[in-house]
Design a binder for this molecule. Structure first.
Ligand code: TEU
Length: 567
């Protein structure tokens, strides 16, 4: 398939997200590598994947697992060589799959040569590549902005007596997009990869690149008061993205997804409406904050199911109305596993994994599958705080203790919230280390791997893997999944999420019981009689042993989930 012939080919696609460090190790070093991914291309093709999102494999000190880039155009030797990359690219293409690279240009590593130059003196030609500020009058931090990983966002540098901005780790220095030379560097590095033939980019925290140039203190009037209102969806962000589209995305016909931190729908419409010539689609995280009390990630509460449904529904309706396009996801490398978070990862693990998949893949947008999701990997069992590797988790554990939490409480919070929940090695089979490595894995392998692994699921028609495979194939066959208008059907139901998608030729119905008790779902009379009654219906996919006939009143067993099409 030549994707350049079909403009919106990615609307029918499914993306698979690979966290290379935890995917497949071929050297015995304990960390995954590019050759490991090459060895699994047949697996991904078998699943039916269209696009592989490969997370950062560039030269990097790995303080944030590659999101701290020290050279944008070279491969980190830990992951392999440029020849390996070219082989991966060719291997994907020959199997009809596309490669999407992760581009991290809100910040670079402080080990990047630009930063090394920049910090030397105030008149260095690279000084303005980054955001340097004098101490506040009387000394101290330039403002009260906080790092997303905890603590102040400013790092003092003795050489020149100024602070530089780091919205993430203290070794991830924010680039100064106001500087035209920075913009040209970014265009150059993206052109490098586009010329190599990649099909697209995932743009890391791209809505944070334009900062309010007054750098005001955050008065705390909007939670969480950490400064984000002054750099999120900032003043020139659309201008910068349009520039990238004009010079790179449009020119090479790329598929692009922008990762939008704490964004709004109005901005996401603009980012992803094709007429705006910005991105193909956007990630937002509102639905993954429904268990944050008052927006606080490091405090726990049971998740708000109604809020989850409202958010999905609002974004389905709103993005469509504005001509935008959603990237659909429950999991990624920054989130605990949705399976453990929103459903049941014990007795009903398999049903739950399938329910989440069916619910998500029936929505309008392009679905993303994060490695391990397709076999129902839950959060791992953590036994000790020393098992965590992520810089955010280790920082936060310390901060929670400083705030007066007991070690038990702090450990419990980290277990629930850590990004490491999704970063444990991919479970391929029941051999040592789940077949991920012959060496010592860089992060623990979940102890349930003998039961939960790819090998055990490939040939089992009822496995989570085969459920995903079926859903991915359905998207290619059933048009209403791509273009149907969304309508929420479950209003008021405390356990059920139900919706319809309608394109005037076909009607899709998805009904999911997000609870561990039996329940009943009833269609509203008018909807039932006008849209379903008397028409022929086909069950496309389900997850329970007994599949009910589509009726006005449907009995649902724990975590049962069904998708029908009515024609
Ligand atoms: O993440 C952006 C981001 O804001 C988060 O999801 C972040 O992990 C969370 O706010 C912390 O509480 C992206 C990458 O996906 C992530 O892995 C990187 O660490 C981050 O940017 C910095 O590059």
């Amino acid at each position: 398939m030549n994707h350049k012939q079909e403009i919106d080919w990615w609307r029918k696609s499914t993306v698979y997200q690979v966290y290379p460090k935890s995917f497949n190790d071929t050297t015995g070093r304990g960390t995954g590598d590019i050759r490991g991914l090459i060895g699994k291309l047949d697996y991904l093709q078998g699943l039916g994947i269209d696009i592989i999102w490969l997370q950062p494999v560039y030269v990097s000190p790995q303080n944030d697992n590659g999101y701290d880039v020290a050279d944008y155009c070279r491969i980190n030797p830990e992951f392999g060589t440029m020849d390996d990359f070219d082989e991966l690219s060719a291997g994907a293409r020959s199997r009809g799959m596309h490669l999407m690279l992760d581009i991290v240009v809100n910040h670079s590593s402080t080990e990047h040569p630009w930063f090394q130059e920049s910090r030397k003196s105030k008149d260095n030609p690279y000084r303005d590549y980054y955001i340097w500020k004098d101490p506040a009058p009387g000394g101290g931090l330039p403002n009260n902005w906080q790092s997303k990983f905890g603590g102040t966002a400013w790092q003092y540098d003795e050489t020149t007596g100024q602070y530089f901005l780091t919205l993430f780790d203290k070794t991830q220095a924010d680039l100064n997009w106001e500087n035209e030379k920075v913009r040209e560097e970014v265009i150059k590095l993206m052109t490098f990869w586009a010329e190599k033939g990649v099909s697209g980019f995932r743009m890391d925290v791209i809505n944070l690149i334009s900062k309010n140039q007054d750098f005001p203190d955050d008065d705390g009037s909007i939670s969480p008061g950490d400064g984000r209102k002054y750099y999120t969806d900032g003043p020139r962000v659309h201008e910068y993205i349009k520039l990238m589209h004009d010079r790179v995305f449009g020119r090479y016909g790329l598929v692009t997804v922008g990762e939008m931190s704490s964004t709004t729908m109005a901005h996401c419409i603009q980012y992803s409406n094709p007429e705006e010539r910005e991105f193909s689609m956007t990630f937002n995280f509102h639905h993954l904050k429904v268990d944050y009390p008052n927006g606080q990630k490091w405090e726990l509460m049971p998740y708000d199911f109604e809020a989850l449904k409202v958010l999905f529904s609002e974004w389905q309706v709103g993005m469509r109305a504005g001509g935008g396009w959603n990237a659909l996801f429950f999991n990624n490398h920054d989130q605990p596993r949705a399976l453990s978070r929103f459903t049941h990862d014990g007795e009903y693990r398999t049903e739950s994994a399938k329910l989440l998949a069916t619910t998500l893949h029936g929505l309008q947008g392009t679905p993303y599958v994060f490695q391990g999701e397709e076999i129902g990997m839950p959060n791992p069992v953590w036994n000790d705080v020393s098992e965590f590797r992520d810089i955010e988790s280790t920082n936060m554990y310390r901060i929670l203790l400083e705030k007066g939490k007991s070690p038990e409480e702090a450990f419990h919070i980290i277990c629930e919230r850590s990004r490491d929940n999704s970063r444990t090695p991919m479970q391929w089979d029941d051999s040592d280390n789940a077949g991920f490595t012959t060496g010592t894995p860089w992060i623990k392998v979940d102890e349930r791997y003998p039961e939960i692994n790819v090998k055990a699921q490939l040939d089992d028609p009822n496995s989570v893997y085969n459920h995903y495979k079926k859903l991915i194939a359905l998207r290619k066959k059933v048009q209403v999944i791509i273009d149907g208008a969304y309508e929420r059907l479950d209003i008021g139901h405390p356990q059920v999420f139900a919706y319809a998608r309608d394109n005037a030729k076909e009607l899709l119905i998805v009904i999911s019981n997000f609870s561990e008790t039996d329940t009943v779902f009833t269609f509203e009379e008018l909807f039932w009689s006008s849209k379903i009654d008397g028409k022929s219906s086909e069950l496309l996919i389900g997850n329970a042993e007994h599949t009910p006939k589509l009726a006005q009143e449907i009995k649902l067993t724990p975590y049962a989930s069904y998708m029908w099409v009515i024609r």
